[in-house]
Design a protein around this ligand. Structure first.
Ligand SMILES: Nc1ncnc2c1ncn2[C@@H]1O[C@H](COP(=O)(O)OP(=O)(O)O)[C@@H](O)[C@H]1O
Ligand SMILES: [Mg+2]
Length: 388
């Protein structure tokens, strides 16, 4: 994919400061991707972001947007192509949500009807009912809702590029997680080129198509996919920044649908004990998954628990308590696996029907694949999904 933004030797030096805030940064940001700038506090992330839309003027280097040198272009023109979301949201407190969101379209002189349609569309897009929220004021909203409004406002004039500076930093962990998930879903729809700043490596790994790990002066320590960074940190600085738990982080990156599901012996409960015994004998798992007549998992049953014809099948073995869907992360699958006693977790479709299982072997090979530098593709296409 072509680069949407190219930074070449970009720098910011403040007079009287011994070290530059940003020193000769080279970075190429592909169209339609979320690129995360992550690094310790004070390393130059905010300065870099503000230079891209020229709130801060660079003292050296070049910024190219869609191939065009915009380092010295008219900043107002430039900002129409770039939406900006800052941590403190910065909504105008005395203006309604509607007026806040439509600031840029009004500045651009859009006709009233178009502005109103766009407002409703944006509120829907960020999951807020237009009739309920349009005329409210910022202080009547929760932190998470204000953050959604900040995103809607940045998207108002449909810019190809979004800059986001620690957009979820001020939220509690639960709202934060929810907004991150919502935003990833939204991005599937809008496919903007996004430069996203955070100091939180977990957020970087979760949100980024690519992450740039920055050290002082916005020097790039490593720029790669989250999988590659976690599997092969470039140096000690990156290793230390990632911290412990790299394997678990990696399991959080891969979806169940992206790994080969293990087959498992099954039998429909309606087919009776004999069929179940035969199914159990046909595999060396020693454990059978009993299904209902719509292939929904009911019970894990050991082969030896099938022996006694005396009592009915639906009381043998262990009830299936945890299942996961194809969208679950391997970390969630591991948790479900550890919560049960069967050594495997059933993967089911939307209707609850069995697709296969994830067991420890599946998880280990996903981790090994990443070790070998063969990152498991976490963006399987619908066609690939259908073929599985
Ligand atoms: N107006 C300024 N004058 C002098 N130094 C500044 C100014 N703004 C930022 N800096 C310095 O530039 C460095 C990078 O700051 P910043 O981009 O805000 O870092 P980050 O967002 O990664 O925490 C810091 O060391 C900061 O002290
Ligand atoms: Mg900052």
């Amino acid at each position: 994919m072509s680069a949407m933004i190219e930074l070449e030797k970009l720098g910011k030096r403040y007079p009287g400061q011994a070290t530059p805030a940003v020193d000769a940064l080279d970075l190429s940001i592909p169209e339609g991707e979320i690129v995360i700038l992550v690094g310790p506090s004070g390393c130059g992330k905010t300065t870099t972001l503000k230079m891209i839309n020229r709130i801060i003027e660079p003292t050296s280097g070049t910024i190219r947007l869609q191939g065009e040198d915009v380092t010295r272009a008219d900043p107002d023109q430039l900002r129409r192509r770039i939406g900006y979301v800052i941590q403190q949201v910065g909504l105008f407190p005395h203006q309604t949500i509607g007026r806040n969101i439509t600031t840029v379209p009004r500045l651009l002189g859009w006709p009233r009807k178009r502005i109103e349609e766009r407002l409703d569309e944006l509120l829907h897009l960020v999951g807020m009912d237009p009739a309920t929220y349009r005329d409210r004021f910022p202080k009547q909203l929760s932190g998470g809702q204000r953050q959604r409004i900040g995103v809607a406002r940045a998207l108002a004039a449909d810019p190809p590029v979004m800059l986001m500076d620690e957009p979820f930093g001020a939220l509690d962990p639960i709202s934060r997680d929810r907004l991150q998930n919502e935003f990833l879903r939204l991005q599937q729809e809008i496919r903007k080129t996004i430069v996203f700043v955070t100091h939180d490596i977990d957020e970087a790994v979760k949100m980024g198509d690519r992450i740039a790990i920055l050290r002082e002066g916005s020097a790039v320590a490593q720029y790669d996919t989250p999988e590659a960074v976690l599997a092969a940190p470039a140096d000690d600085f990156v290793r230390e920044f990632i911290g412990s738990g790299a394997v678990l982080k990696r399991l959080g990156l891969t979806r169940v649908r992206d790994v080969g599901l293990a087959p498992w012996p099954t039998s429909a409960i309606g087919e009776g004990r004999e069929a179940a015994v035969r199914a159990a004998a046909s595999s060396d798992h020693g454990c059978l998954l009993l299904l209902d007549d719509r292939r929904r998992p009911l019970r894990w049953v050991q082969a030896r628990e099938l022996g006694d014809p005396g009592y009915s099948l639906d009381r043998r073995g262990l009830e299936v308590r945890n299942t996961v869907g194809p969208d679950a992360t391997l970390a969630a699958a591991l948790e479900a696996l550890l919560a049960g006693r069967s050594g495997a977790v059933a993967v089911v479709d939307d209707a609850g029907a069995l697709l296969g299982v994830v067991n420890l072997d599946t998880l280990m090979s996903a981790v090994d694949a990443a070790h070998d530098g063969r990152p498991v593709d976490r963006r399987a296409t619908d066609d690939e999904l259908a073929a599985r």
